[in-house]
Design a protein around this ligand. Sequence first.
Ligand code: ZN
Length: 148
Amino acid sequence: MKQSPARSYRSKKHPNVASVMNPEIIQHYHAHVYYDPVSSRDRAARLREHVAAAFPGVTLGRWHDTPVGPHTQSMYQLAFPPSLLASFLPWLMLNREGLSILLHPGTGDAYADHTDHAVWLGSAVPLRVNVLRKSRKTPAARNHLFRR
Ligand code: ZN
């Protein structure tokens, strides 16, 4: 069985930094596509069709007209492997139909993935982060680095 990569390591480039996170721990990515059921569901549907046609490796999640989990607006999720990031991200940047998209890695720490590790395309949508589980494996060094 393949050993899982180390969560963090000391950087040779930045020896003064206690540790940096290892991107190899990213198991997948999610792109959460937000829409309004009345005013932008049609654009969300168009984007979804285009994604399905251009990226068969992307898994289309269910429509959630009613907000679920940390999400405070209607959305659906696009899940994809790390190998697709370099081609799918620029495509999303150019074709997001004006919708807000939360792109985040899956490292096993749902809280950090949706907050510290996340990037937004378009304007950010508030999240209910208190419903997200924090990883018990989170090393203290990482907290030291990234918490302000
Ligand atoms: Zn997600």
